[in-house]
Design a protein around this ligand. Structure first.
Ligand SMILES: NC(=O)c1ccc[n+]([C@@H]2O[C@H](COP(=O)([O-])OP(=O)(O)OC[C@H]3O[C@@H](n4cnc5c(N)ncnc54)[C@H](OP(=O)(O)O)[C@@H]3O)[C@@H](O)[C@H]2O)c1
Length: 238
């Protein structure tokens, strides 16, 4: 298995939920992590928690749906820490609603955050990965992107779009030794799934953020010649 020690990772939406669990798991492998989000208080708390593991960490505040801000912030991050080895494209919003009831403004916001967000981030991170001829990108989609359902039109459209984008980028990037992986988790106990009333968070039954982080780490530690393109994660007995 590959060692992740001393690599540099950017985790979007790293202030809480899945992103925070992934950031902590990366740190415990000796990775220098940069977490991003919009809430500075939560980001700085996460950085303090990461630093307790004895590795360097920092944060960057920007809205992934704002192309200019993404560009400025990623440029700053690369100036500070150098090229990023691991990108975890995780930030996203979950919002459900009837197709006829959901406003165009909300529909656009969901697509802008969950699809254009990862697109802007990859556009700004991949050139340096191509130059260094190595890198890992993990795009966090959802089982909701694999199949439509009532009340999920915008979220499903955003995640289905991300799955298509991610797979296409994977085919273009593998020749540069860059692995692009698309993950499609089912319900995991976080603020998002609780706000959407998808789970009561019962740790005996419902997937926990740490379960997902374990999958991410296992995939990153595969031998460099091996590329896991997609994986879904479900709870065993919901
Ligand atoms: N939990 C689940 O059941 C589940 C299942 C399948 C897929 N997912 C996907 O997994 C990812 C993480 O979800 P989660 O459950 O951990 O959600 P969460 O607890 O609500 O956390 C979302 C994270 O994304 C950040 N974020 C949201 N909008 C942003 C924006 N416009 N710009 C920058 N950062 C933004 C938030 O930070 P700030 O608030 O500070 O901006 C936060 O760190 C999402 O892409 C979600 O769609 C989750």
């Amino acid at each position: 298995m590959e060692s992740l020690k001393n690599k540099k990772a950017l985790v979007t939406g790293g202030s809480r939920g899945l992103g925070k669990a992934i950031a902590l798991a990366l740190a415990s492998e000796g990775v220098h992590v940069v977490v991003t989000g919009r809430d500075e208080v939560k980001l700085s708390e996460t950085v303090k928690e990461i630093e307790k593991t004895g590795v360097k960490a920092s944060y960057a505040i920007f809205d992934v749906s704002n192309e200019e801000k993404v560009k400025e912030s990623i440029t700053e991050v690369i100036k500070d820490v150098g090229a990023v080895d691991i990108l975890i494209n995780n930030a996203g919003i979950g919002e459900f609603g009837g197709f006829l009831e959901l406003s165009t403004e909300r529909f656009e916001k969901i697509i802008q955050t969950n699809l254009f967000g990862p697109y802007y981030i990859m556009k700004n991170i991949l050139p340096a990965m191509v130059e260094q001829k190595s890198g890992d990108v993990v795009n966090v989609a959802s089982t909701a992107g694999l199949k439509g359902g009532p009340m999920t039109s915008a979220y499903t459209a955003s995640k289905a779009g991300l799955i298509g984008l991610s797979e296409s980028v994977m085919y273009e990037m593998r020749k540069h030794n860059i692995r692009v992986c698309t993950l499609t988790p089912s319900t995991i106990a976080t603020d998002m799934s609780k706000d959407l009333n998808l789970t009561d968070g019962n740790p005996e039954k419902v997937l926990q953020p740490e379960d997902f982080a374990e999958l991410v780490i296992a995939q990153l530690k595969l031998n460099k010649r091996a590329l896991m393109t997609t994986a879904s994660l479900f709870s065993t007995n919901p």
